[in-house]
Design a protein around this ligand. Structure first.
Ligand code: PNS
Length: 164
């Protein structure tokens, strides 16, 4: 039987518990889930791509069924390169929907055989985003429980060094 490969793309700057929850759900749908971190993002990231790969690796690594890769260019091209037939995206609130719908339809126009599937994280993560987590951590707020502990430690260290 052919292996079903899914691609879970994003900025992951940094990975949150919401992302992890989506990832564990995606693993039930596919034999392999490739986590794909966008390079050359127009947004200025807090963590470099290699730091993000390392952080995600620390948490999901050691398991060939969840490789962590970076990519540039079109997402659908990268999906083809890794043999993915599914693109997984998390949906939190209605506000996510418009952007996600546009991306899914555009990606489908580019390569019709690749399907985008939307997954909902646990309700307790429905308001969690990398952006808010960075903002709260940057202002000295507690983000434990919202990101993995190893990410929290790095985040606190990074925002402290950026602020000094
Ligand atoms: O976590 P994010 O920042 O919402 O992820 C956005 C991402 C990486 C999925 C999106 O920006 C993307 O796919 N970029 C690759 C470029 C591309 O393929 N653009 C056309 C898609 S409509």
């Amino acid at each position: 039987m052919t292996e079903r490969v899914a691609l879970y793309p994003g900025s992951f700057d940094p990975l949150t518990n919401g992302h992890l929850d989506i990832l564990s759900r995606a693993r039930r749908l596919a034999d392999k889930v490739v986590v794909a971190i966008l390079e050359n993002d127009a947004k200025t990231p807090l963590f470099s791509v290699s730091e993000r790969i390392e952080m995600i690796h620390e948490i999901v690594g050691g398991d060939g069924s969840t490789p962590v890769r970076s990519f540039s260019g079109l997402l659908v091209d990268f999906a083809q390169e890794v043999g993915a037939t599914l693109i997984v995206r998390g949906l939190r609130a209605v506000s996510d929907y418009e952007y996600e719908l546009q991306m899914a339809l555009m990606n489908r126009r580019l390569i019709p055989s690749i399907e985008t599937v939307f997954l909902m994280a646990k309700e307790e993560y429905s308001y969690v985003s990398s952006r808010l987590v960075k903002e709260v951590a940057g202002l000295g707020g507690d983000v434990s429980g919202l990101v993995p502990e190893s990410v929290r430690r790095r985040l606190v260290g990074r925002v402290a060094s950026c602020g000094s």
